[in-house]
Design a protein around this ligand. Sequence first.
Ligand code: M6R
Length: 357
Amino acid sequence: EKGTYTHYMLKEIDEQPFVIRNILQKYQDDHNEIKLSDDIRSALNSADRLYIIAAGTSYHAGLVGKEIMEKAAGKPVEVHIASEFLYNQPLLSQNPLFIFISQSGETADSRGVLVNVKEAGHPALTITNVPGSTLSREADFTLHTYAGPEIAVASTKAYTAQMAVLSILAMDGAHARGIDTDFDAIHELSIAANAMEVLCDQKDNMEQIARDYLLESRNAFFIGRSFDYHVVQEGALKLKEISYIQAEGFAGGELKHGTIALIEEGTPVIALATQENVNLNIRGNLQEVVARGANPCVVSMEGSHRDTDQVVLPPVHSYLAPLVSVVPLQLISYYAALHRGCDVDKPRNLAKSVTVE
Ligand code: M6R
């Protein structure tokens, strides 16, 4: 139930720190070791390449999951849009493991791929918020995201839960392969959960940003690099699906290759600058758009922030910055949709689960 909340979406955004803490509990045993069945562990470790298949927001979580898995565990990962993979399958490795990421577990495009994968005899793992769903039943293994029911059409807590589970898998994979990683997913996730809470408490700031940047705009650009690039794609999807503002997430370095032509006086450009190693680069991209009249809004992280930045995240591990930086983007989208008079929880033309191809 919504309780005192006006919309499920806002309630579900607020639940995110608790969801992460819940996942931490569910995925740890009494000795604070990662709890994973032997079958799943061996499927993950014997695969020479992981193929993540998903749609929409779950696809965006997969993009972040790939980065963490490759960087922490040295395991090659490909991420594919289910509807593309279905009719245009790439070459596969010798021993692939397919990972389906789906909040509902009912997405028809993903199911189509799963059917083919099973026919070809490849192992499949589903990461879902609904165990017992079609994708969960038909895969060999299931991992639960424990986010609780997600009612709003715009996915929020399922996304952060998916990334949390993927980060735990990455750390487990690193241990299994004897890789000496400094990434302690358990410790870092609990820091991230606290940081998410700090941002959930900054609703007035996010509402003001929505008013200042998005109430009169027909379009909005989101830019980021590295991990931030994946999160801006999710930020843009959130904004467009509930506020109907045309929004796109771009890689900062790609602007000069075409997109910058679209920048006009007053165009809102929301930049994520949480990644230390590309901080100067994204700041440079911001200067380029500001010189062409853009209205910049910067979400950065303590340590490499500037006094003029609109939102500053508490410091968290760079791999988990997406869990935290998406919170202001979700809230800004929420308030933009709200003040533009849109039906936040039930946007036009959309269904919560897309069970037809
Ligand atoms: O249930 P799933 O995670 O498989 O759904 C995939 C997409 O349909 C879903 O993420 C969609 O993009 C959301 N409306 C995004 O907020």
